[in-house]
Design a protein around this ligand. Sequence first.
Ligand code: CA
Length: 221
Amino acid sequence: MRILVVEDNTLLGDGIQTGLRQHGFTVDWVQDGVAADLAIKGEPYAAVVLDLGLPRRSGLEVLRDMRHSCNATPVLILTARDAIEDRVAGLDAGADDYLVKPFDLNELSARLRALIRRAGGHASAVLTVGALSLDPAGRTVTFRNEPKTLSTREFDLLHALMNHAGRVMSREQIMSALYAWGEEIESNAIDVHLHHLRRKLSPDVVQTLRGVGYMLPKDIQ
Ligand code: CA
C-alpha cells in the first residue's frame, strides 16, 4: 500500500517514513504543501498522512482542495497537543482521522490500515476473495486454507490485486501501487512477481488480459 507522508519536520518525517516502511508500506515523503498537491494529483495513494503546519501551503488548504476535487483518499492529520481548533478544522475539512504529536508508529500504521480497509469497503481486518485470505497487519496469506509464504513485493502485488478483485489493473496502476519514487525497478519486475504468485498459489490466480492488464477473479477457488 502506497502512502504519502507530508511533514516538514525532517526528523519526524524521516522517522515516519522509516517506521511505515518497516510496517510494509510503500512511502513517498514531501515536505511542503505545494509538493503535496503535486504528489496527490500525480499518484494513486492508499492514504495520506498530513501535517497541518507546512511551508508554502497549509495542510488544511491541501485537504480542502483534495475534497473539492472529489479526491476521497483517506487522510490522517497530525496536530500539536494543544491545537484542538486545528483538529476540529481538519476534521471539518474532510480528514478521516488524526493523531496528536508525539505518537506511536505502531498506532499510526494500525490507524492507516483501518482507514484503508474502510475506504475499500471492508469491515473485517482480513481481506477475503474466494479461497484467498490476506491479513494486512500480520502480512500473512492463506489459499485454500493453507498458509503461503510470499516475498514483500509478492504480498503487496497480491494485496493490490485483491483490492481490485474482478477489475482489471493496468501495468502502470500496479507499478504505482507497489513502488515509491526513485526506487530502482527492473523492467520485467512485475512479470517476475506475477510468475511467482501463480507458481506459489495457482496458475488461475491472475488472469492476463493482453494489452490491457491483469485481473484476480472474484471467485478464485
Ligand atoms: Ca509542521
